[in-house]
Design a protein. Structure first.
Lengths: 158, 158
DNA sequence: CAGAAAGTGTTATATCATAACAAACGAGTT
DNA sequence: AACTCGTTTGTTATGATATAACACTTTCTG
């Protein structure tokens, strides 16, 4: 995954790549990459933005793949645990990971105008938060880093 | 506010200080620091942790200050707008600000064992996120920075 | 004081998420 | 192929978080 954030790119290519990576990951780890899980990841990849669980569920339902909330939440939970999907806490919504496989502390830029979401790699062990944690004696296990603002496209347009 | 994060401190003093600061702020800005708003801030200050809106509402209700969700949400919204309360997105919960008045991009350390929350000041304009945003041409308006982990007290105890 | 603005009380409902249990499926074994 | 254990899915029900809308009251302002 080399394209950055909001830059235009061949999206069908990046969908295929990530699907293949997920396939490979599950094979390696002996995890089941089932129809529902596969489809949820595809849906998230084909949108370039965060989707709510119920939006995903609606699409699944239209295809006969389950219509009750737990179906979507379980798939999202699975994809989150294997690192191919992240939750955007600010939006209560979910996005496909753009650096799957890498161990990374994800950081997100969320456009409040078009709802697109770009992921930036954060190094977990620098920055003022890490410094403050060290000073306070706090052990960081997970981080949520999200910036809300305006993406370059929307800025240009308006 | 000089004590840092998880360090012990004279809490009644810091409650009084912040209440006075809120009082003064509202007077300056000609905003109404009403009974409900005052009480919500007091409740949040007297706990040193994040409370859900419904937990706050329960306490309000016990005192005859309104028992329906909008009462709590409106007070939280007001206190958030004037910068005396922050929402912890990860927990869907609210904490009193420990640097009220200062313009600051808050960052939080959340102990997953005791639920205490400490606020660290982040400088919004450095760190890898700000750098990534600049590179991408993204304009940051607000940030959510939250670290989940174990606080020094819990680490020592267990 | 009168009118306007802001805040509150209340009903109803939207939105996000999980518990619990039964049925179906999948991978490995006999 | 049938067996069996663990995983996944389907389904019902409910819990948890949050807001819309409107009537009423309080507070501000002229």
């Amino acid at each position: 995954m080399s394209h950055s954030g909001f830059a235009p790119h061949d999206h069908s290519h990046c969908i295929a790549d990530t699907m293949a990576a997920a396939e490979a990951h599950c094979a390696r780890e002996k995890l089941q990459f089932t129809k529902v899980r596969r489809r949820v990841l595809e849906i998230l990849l084909s949108e370039h933005k965060a989707l709510g669980a119920y939006q995903i569920l609606e699409k699944l339902g239209a295809e006969g793949l389950g219509s009750q909330p737990p179906v979507a939440y379980r798939a999202l939970d699975f994809l989150g645990r294997i690192g191919f999907v992240h939750k955007i806490e600010k939006l209560n919504a979910y996005v496909a990971c753009s650096q799957p496989g890498d161990a990374h502390a994800p950081a997100f830029m969320i456009c409040r105008l078009c709802d697109s979401v770009a992921e930036a790699a954060e190094s977990p062990n620098d920055g003022s938060l890490a410094h403050a944690a060290q000073t306070a004696g706090f052990t960081i296990e997970k981080t949520v880093v999200e910036a809300e603002g305006v993406c370059p496209d929307c800025r240009t347009r308006g």
